[in-house]
Design a protein around this ligand. Sequence first.
Ligand SMILES: [Zn+2]
Length: 159
Amino acid sequence: MSTTVTSASRALDPQTMLQAAISEAELGRSEGGIPIGAALFASDGTLLGSGRNRRVQHDDPSVHGETDAFRAAGRQRDYRQTIMVTTLSPCWYCSGLVRQFNIGSVIVGESVTFTGGHEWLRENGVSVTVLRDQHCIDLMTEFIETNPALWNEDIGVSE
Ligand SMILES: [Zn+2]
């Protein structure tokens, strides 16, 4: 048996792919933003684009991790084989993006601190993998405790 592992096959491990999204989330936190990151991969594990929530940085509520990664990936001919990896369960807006463009798979870092539309995606034929990554949980738990008003603004909850 060959011991050679290509970088592409390594990248297909959900936890490995999640690292790209976590790096974005940590970058967002260091910028004073909401620590949610995402990355869009091709079926062979090639990173197409990554991004992070930049509501604060850009004063733009439409820049979520998933939408930022989606835009960074540029135009893709077909999204069915792509994999959207996100540190946090996708909100309805980002779940809509997945449906609109027929993204075939979603990997979620955690859905403990927030649960968006990932069950709805699953019911509609999207392959959904929900991890319970402690690093992702810690990032959000710390953020929500420190910035409850900003978090409520991001998820559209009035105080
Ligand atoms: Zn979102």
